[in-house]
Design a protein around this ligand. Structure first.
Ligand SMILES: *Cc1c(COP(=O)(O)O)cnc(C)c1O
Length: 407
């Protein structure tokens, strides 16, 4: 455990039981305890094995396309008239977002553990596509759980997964979206844990997932640190990333936590505004609770039932935030803001026009906040924005919202 007096020295977090301060932990049925303990042990062993690390590095390079570029957004910088704006280009990775970092790490771990079957949940379909791609590459059986409503909204991603050999199972329970898909995946895991590994897609859930998923995305911040120093001779002043479960954000932030001069800002989904049920900004009215294995901030109604959430971007539309974010928010090391659907729609078009880069709607939340901050800073400052994914997946939805008929 870290000393409470030096909160940013907490690279030892979580503790052995998976706690980040009062957050995180392992709140699961008894039947899953053994599987999670086995996974924790296997992960600790793999992490210490130079062979595993070399293999991971190799596939991140050859299959995913790492390292990703650090890009100077020159026209956006001029447009804002303030700090220099840089993008960390996770959108250039294979399958279109940072998610493949985690999918590769966990598939290699599953292979080490002798598991031949992979299951995963997906909301927008991005984690499902990344998992299906890596399973195809390594010849593993792959089952993806997806809410029936999401399957309809993201039909193209369902087809992509099936093309790559995954079985996509629709979930008809509850709201038929991500939360319900996670429940089904956990149910499958309990039943088939002997030969099955569950690849959770964000820095969420029971220990060791928040720690493990973070570790697989740390490469984003490690590369960014090297790249900005090589290019500008110093660290950035502010780093901004969008926060769904929190994996791309904690990945880019982690290696800067101990750099006291670097401000870190996570951006949640403000949806149609901060009214219960209209957004997914957990730090704007969320309360401490337990959801799907972890204690953290959760949007809930006065009875403690999980509240409906809304965001223009499916990848940020979830009622709980990763426990490590809850911790760093409480101790004041990471600040959090939100961007509304309207701001995101406007900035999505602005970035496409000025930079020739179509960002994912999720990532656009980070850009909205990054541009506000760049405008308020002098020209010798640097704002680094994590561009977590590309917007190709979103253009149909955006066209529809703009009233443009494509077919
Ligand atoms: C899934 C996704 C997110 C949200 O997930 P995090 O775990 O919070 O990173 C953000 N951006 C993109 C492009 C995504 O696909």
């Amino acid at each position: 455990m870290c000393a409470a007096t030096s909160p940013i020295d907490c690279h030892s977090l979580p503790d052995a039981a998976g706690h980040f301060g009062q957050f995180g932990g392992v709140y699961v049925p008894e039947t899953l305890m053994t599987a999670l303990q086995e996974l924790t042990a296997a992960y600790e062993q793999a992490k210490a094995d130079p062979l595993y690390r070399a293999e991971l590095r190799h596939h991140l390079k050859e299959f995913a396309g790492r390292p990703t570029e650090l890009y100077y957004a020159e026209r956006l910088t001029t447009h804002c008239g303030g700090a220099k704006i840089f993008f960390k280009r996770e959108d250039l990775l294979h399958t279109g977002a940072h998610k493949i970092n985690n999918a590769i790490g966990q598939v290699l771990l599953a292979i080490r553990m002798g598991k031949k079957r992979i299951i995963a949940e997906t909301g927008a379909g991005q984690h499902g596509v990344a998992t299906a791609a890596v399973c195809a590459k390594f010849g593993l059986q792959c089952v993806i759980y997806m809410g029936a409503v999401d399957m309809e909204r993201q039909a193209l991603n369902v087809f992509r997964m099936r093309l790559m050999g995954a079985e996509v199972r629709g979930v008809e329970a509850g709201q038929k979206t991500l939360k319900d898909a996670v429940n089904e995946a956990m149910r499958d895991w309990v039943t088939n844990v002997r030969d099955t590994h569950y690849i959770l897609g964000s820095a969420l859930g029971a220990h060791p997932y928040p720690m493990m998923v973070r570790d697989f995305h740390r490469v984003i911040g490690q590369e960014a640190k090297e790249q900005i120093i090589a290019r500008e001779g110093r660290l950035p002043d502010e780093i901004v990333a969008c926060v769904g479960g929190g994996s791309n954000a904690i990945g880019v932030f982690f290696d800067f936590l101990q750099e006291a001069t670097v401000k870190l800002i996570g951006v949640e989904a403000g949806g149609r505004g901060i009214k219960l049920g209209e957004h997914a900004a957990r730090f704007e009215g969320g309360k401490l609770g337990v959801l799907q294995g972890s204690k953290t901030y959760i949007l809930q109604n006065p009875d403690g039932q999980i509240e409906l959430t809304h965001s223009v971007s499916a990848g940020l539309d979830y009622a709980a935030i990763g426990p490590e974010h809850a911790y760093y928010r409480d101790i004041g090391r990471i600040g959090y803001a939100y961007a509304t659907d309207d701001e995101v729609m406007e900035t999505f078009q602005l970035v496409s026009r000025l930079e020739g880069i179509i960002p994912a709607l999720e990532s656009t939340h980070a850009i909205v906040e990054g541009l506000k901050r760049a405008k308020a800073l002098p020209k010798d400052k640097i704002v680094l924005i994590n561009l977590s994914g590309r917007g190709d997946k979103d253009v149909n939805q955006v066209a529809k919202m703009l009233g443009v008929k494509l077919f």
